[in-house]
Design a protein. Structure first.
Length: 228
């Protein structure tokens, strides 16, 4: 390397020329220029080596037999779908009789409690229960029984499609494609049962001739009764 002023040979580490005293250009500092850092690689510095690629790829199949891929052209066997069985006429009648007995027992408890309360109320006015003043009690018991029976079937069918009688006989009320029954469907089904029983139980007997064992109340509410 030479001095830019007198072409005198100089060393890179020199700041000034030994002959003319000029400051060497490679040692000058320019404002705003980044300062160069001396870097020397020594033998003690660790050498970076490229890591060997993993032998197990993310997309590789599991080596366990149950996760092994099927050979081409072979389709994995599917689990058999259980056959759908409709609830028969006799089984459904037996379940309804169980529910009717339960509703009757609840109605008896309600009637006894109502009679006691009505009797105590009349005794406060020095009166007793008689045929002449029993009209309000009979009216209350009639509407109370209707509300109790409706609430029993609507609530149980709306919860899981099974009343106590259907649970004992292995039956369930479902909607289209075996979906759970809504409370709206359960209420329509309860009203449809009144329609099915009214004309000499013709709507209930329709279960015997219908291919899917559906009565008029099932057709009205869009429900089916299946066996579990």
């Amino acid at each position: 390397m030479k001095c830019q002023n007198c072409d005198e040979p100089v060393l890179f580490a020199d700041e000034r020329c030994g002959r003319c005293g000029a400051k060497l250009l490679h040692r000058r500092v320019f404002p705003g220029a980044p300062k160069a850092e001396d870097f020397t690689l020594t033998a003690d510095d660790p050498q970076f080596e490229r890591e060997a690629p993993s032998q197990t790829d993310d997309w590789a199949f599991d080596s366990r037999p149950e996760f092994a891929p099927m050979p081409p052209g072979i389709v994995a066997p599917r689990e058999p779908i259980p056959a759908l069985r409709w609830g028969g006429f006799l089984r459904r009648v037996a379940a309804f009789l169980v529910d009717a007995v339960i509703v009757l027992l609840l109605s008896m408890v309600m009637g006894i409690m109502s009679f006691i309360g009505y009797k105590v109320g009349l005794a406060a006015h020095n009166r007793i229960v008689s045929v002449g003043n029993a009209g309000p009690l009979v009216l209350f018991l009639t509407f109370g029984w209707m509300f109790l029976a409706t609430a029993y079937f609507v609530v149980f069918h709306g919860m899981d499609g099974k009343t106590i009688g259907k649970r004992l006989l292995g039956l369930r009320v479902v909607g289209a494609e075996q979906t759970p029954v809504t409370y709206r469907q359960a209420f329509l089904r309860c009203l449809g049962l009144v329609v099915a029983i009214a004309p000499m139980a013709a709507g209930v007997l329709w279960i015997l001739v219908n291919r899917e064992k559906r009565g008029w109340h099932d057709l009205i509410a869009g429900t089916w009764v299946v066996r579990e």
